[in-house]
Design a protein around this ligand. Structure first.
Ligand code: 26Q
Length: 853
């Protein structure tokens, strides 16, 4: 296959001179911003007039372009500062970055909110309206993807040289509609109206190889050389999005790769005379970055997913190595000292063998040198405790798609097993357990083991999770290399999840304790004494009330259900999964419904229960649980005797921008997973920060949340992780149901068909799951304890003063759960990067280099 070199590259790498960058800093006052917005609107976008009532699309675009200029200006300065400092960099490799919307966040971090609002007002526009026209960048499934986005925000705020690398999916997380209680997926074409935040960088296009075969031959120096030939190549084209820090002039980069066909696709097929086949082949190449995979067990082992994973790993590593060569030539002796790769789960773990390949085959390094570099630069974060969720790839498929990588994986495994055998001579069972290859009729590569062997750091995402990894899933590896293992408890960025999502509460907090919390969340502690101040409580309660009205409006619009803000807002939003136990939540709703119908309402706390989340398209039970929520909601909301005492709504299309309204408007945060199953959870932290009280199990980060806030401000229930393991033997849900009158009547009502009058059998799979002695999620086992905790919450809520106190104390104790803290810990223990401040803008006068990012 012909190799045409990228014609743009030599031009652009050598061309720019400092002159191109010499310009005074852009103005940031309202008048200058207004002028720029007008110029973009009329000249760059070429629009003549905006007529009222028309879409806000072009005004939005013009505003973003004006802001983007300010970001890119700072981005160049930041890059320059990193280069001058010769700073070590970390690269966050992730198949997902769930960024949500960008405009409000960019304005907050640049400190240009008021100026922009004023500029737009002079032009006759409302900033909030423009903010709402932006589509969410939904390039992630849930927690893991949003965590990556929060990390980037914190790294820029801490002035850490960290770059994100990911995939620019044409279609993000599917959009969810509900039709007759059923989830219907619709493709999320988020780029339809363009993405003004990104800049394409075609000059940094990389070539990715697939298929073909390897040729082993000795080179002129007598060393064995391996060539990967006859491959089918695809191009990776980067798109950069600026990531601003908070009020510090630092702007980092998120680089997302898009697949494009090589010119050979046209030439080869065209010469063979098949035009249509050539177009089809081109299409297949470009399909690689077409769609984000939903986290769906039924999609496991799909070749396209492996292509995506290798695409990201190879393009990013080539990019980083090319930049290294530009700056340091062929000397890799300091590479490990100056670079670090953080693998967001095993999804990008092809990076381990790929970095070996690039160093050995493309950069002439020996196996030993390359392995030394890999094992000093790679770090792996695990995000799951479910053994069935650990990634595996069939050796056959892997070897076909990535023949050279499979050879390298085999060699890594052979050397690794030699080490194990030296440490535990004769322990063949251990060798089989630890091998990177799981033997069987269809041998599989265990990607987590590959990541552990190739990394110097392995971390879990909450204390319990990290401990369980060491004692369970990765026990053998912990025994071999205890020093690799560590914990990094997750966080969320308070800039998005408090400052931007909850302006009313933020304002009250800042008036009271100053605005230090925006970069030092621990300062929220200063709110704790105010929990005893009735005047402050009244203001806090008024803010919560206003936020509940905002949430009620969303529920009215999207669910056609009326939520009364006087009631307790009880919320569970997250992916739908059996281990997260949305079912337990619905059983409680049915229990309350029965109580109301039976007139057991001597004291009854009115409640509005909101459940939202997406089910993986191939996950039958998750979809049936959604239907169950919807059908119970229909009955409960439609029953005139229930009235305002109880409401249930399923919120369709749960996403980042919805959570920005949900968390501030919630009273009770449902974190009710089976203990030992939720690695951390991060929604729990967003709710806490916004003053919701948690009802939860001792799972994931709930444990640390309770530690921080105190058990009197947390509604705890359920079995512990250890008890869950023990309960498995002899588990008898039928007996539990028979012995608990409340659970018995709940099950009987469901089993009577009350919620599926015209669809007999609809909920049989749910009933069967709850009654199964093999129910891994132990729904029946935790029912009693859950209902009791809910009763305590209801009783507490009746004392509004007491509840508000708890709400304040939850916010006050949320300091630990900032990703600023999480990133400080990653940096102290794993990355060891310097903090580098860019030269202040006014002193710079355009002095930036022609560095070649
Ligand atoms: C794997 C193979 C093929 C296709 C998709 C996937 C896939 C995609 C996404 C597997 C897993 C995910 C996402 C996992 C995830 O979000 N995990 C959550 O990570 C959070 C951040 O650490 C934790 O807080 C949650 O506890 C954890 O469930």
């Amino acid at each position: 296959m012909k190799r045409t070199s990228n014609p743009l590259k030599p031009l652009l790498v050598s061309q720019p001179t400092d002159k191109l960058f010499e310009q005074p800093p852009l103005g940031v006052d309202a008048d200058t911003l207004a002028l720029d917005v007008r110029r973009y609107f009329a000249l760059f976008l070429g629009r003549y007039k905006h007529s009222r009532g028309r879409s806000t699309h072009y005004p939005y675009q013009a505003t973003v372009l004006a802001i983007r200029d300010r970001l890119n200006e700072r981005l160049n300065n930041t890059r320059h500062a990193y280069e001058v400092a010769g700073a070590k960099h970390a690269y966050y490799l992730s198949l997902e970055f769930l960024m949500g919307r960008t405009l409000n966040n960019a304005l907050l971090n640049l400190g240009l909110g008021e100026e922009t609002e004023q500029a737009l007002r002079t032009l006759g526009f409302d900033l909030d309206e423009l903010i709402d026209t932006e589509a969410d960048a939904g390039l992630g499934n849930g927690g893991l993807g949003r965590l990556a986005a929060c990390f980037l925000d914190s790294c820029a705020t801490l002035q850490l040289p960290v770059m994100g690398y990911g995939i620019r999916y044409e279609y993000g997380m599917f959009r969810q509609h509900i039709e007759n209680g059923q989830q219907v997926e619709e493709p999320d074409h988020w780029l339809r109206n363009g993405n003004p935040w990104e800049l394409e960088k075609p000059e940094h296009t990389r070539r990715i190889q697939y298929y073909g075969r390897t040729v082993h031959q000795s080179g002129p120096d007598g060393r064995l050389r391996v060539a990967w030939v006859d491959s089918h190549d695809v191009l990776a084209v980067p798109y950069d999005t600026p990531i601003p820090g908070y009020w510090n002039n630092t702007v980092n980069v998120l680089r997302l790769w898009k697949a494009a066909a090589t010119d050979e696709f046209d030439l080869d097929e065209f010469n063979a005379g098949s035009y249509t086949e050539s177009v089809a082949a081109k299409n297949a190449a470009e399909n690689i970055t077409m769609v984000l995979y939903p986290n769906d067990a039924s999609e496991n082992g799909k070749e396209l997913r492996l292509r995506q994973q290798y695409f990201l790993a190879s393009a990013s590593l080539q990019d980083i190595l090319a930049r290294w060569e530009d700056q340091h030539g062929k000397d890799f002796s300091r590479f490990a000292e100056l670079n670090c790769f953080q693998l967001n789960d095993t999804h990008p773990s092809c990076a381990v063998p790929e970095l070996m390949r690039l160093l050995i085959d493309e950069h002439d390094q020996s196996w030993e040198t390359a392995w030394d570099i890999v094992t000093r630069t790679m770090a792996y974060t695990n995000h799951t405790l479910l053994p069935e969720a650990l990634e595996k790839w069939s050796v056959r498929l892997f070897g076909q798609l990535l023949p050279r990588l499979l050879e390298i994986v085999y060699e890594i495994n052979a050397r690794f097993l030699t080490e194990v055998a030296r440490r535990w001579p004769g322990d063949n069972a251990r060798l089989a357990r630890m091998s990177l290859i799981e033997e069987g009729p269809e041998p599989q590569i265990r990607m987590a083991y590959l990541a552990i062997v190739g990394s110097f750091s392995v971390n879990g995402v909450a204390e319990l999770h990290s401990r369980l990894l060491q004692q369970g899933l990765f026990r053998d590896f912990h025994e071999l290399w205890p020093w690799k293992f560590n914990n990094k408890t997750n966080g969320v960025t308070q800039r998005r999840w408090l400052a931007s999502a909850n302006p009313l509460q933020s304002q009250l907090i800042t008036e009271t304790i100053g605005d230090g919390w925006i970069t030092r969340l621990d300062e929220l502690r200063k709110l704790a004494p105010l929990a005893d101040d009735p005047a402050f409580r009244a203001r806090w309660a008024a803010v919560k009330r206003a936020n509940k009205e905002r949430l009620a409006e969303l529920v009215r619009k999207d669910c056609q259900v009326e939520f009364n803000p006087d009631a307790m807002f009880d919320v569970q939003v997250k992916r739908i999964h059996e281990y997260k136990r949305q079912l337990l939540n619905v059983l409680h709703v049915v229990h309350l419904y029965i109580r109301i119908k039976q007139g057991e309402i001597g004291t009854f706390t009115p409640r509005c229960v909101l459940i939202g989340g997406k089910a993986a398209p191939g996950y039958f039970m998750a979809k049936r649980i959604i239907t169950f929520v919807c059908k119970v909601a229909e009955v409960v909301n439609g029953d005139p005797t229930v009235r305002d005492r109880l409401k249930l709504a399923f919120l369709p299309d749960y996403r980042v921008s919805a959570m920005e309204i949900i968390a501030p408007g919630s009273d009770l945060s449902e974190q009710i997973s089976t203990a030992g199953k939720e690695a951390s959870g991060t929604g729990n932290m967003k709710f806490m920060m916004n003053g919701a009280v948690t009802i939860g199990t001792l799972d994931g980060a709930n444990i640390e949340i309770r530690e921080e806030v105190g058990d009197e401000n947390f509604f705890l229930f359920g079995l512990t992780a250890r008890e869950v393991e023990d309960a498995r033997n002899g588990y008898n849900p039928d007996a539990i149901i028979a012995a608990d009158p409340d659970l018995k009547r709940v099950m009987e009502l469901i089993e009577s068909g009350h919620f599926n009058q015209f669809q007999p059998g609809l909920f049989d799979p749910i009933i069967k799951a709850i009654r199964s002695p093999h129910d891994p999620w132990l729904v029946a086992a935790d029912f009693r304890s859950y209902i009791d905790a809910q009763d305590r919450a209801a009783e507490t809520y009746r004392d509004q003063d007491r509840w508000t106190r708890m709400s304040i104390l939850n916010t006050a104790a949320s300091g630990k759960f900032s990703t600023d803290r999480t990133m400080e810990e990653y940096n102290a223990d794993i990355w060891k990067l310097p903090k580098v401040a860019p030269t202040p803008m006014q002193q710079l006068g355009g002095q930036v280099s022609n560095c070649c990012i």
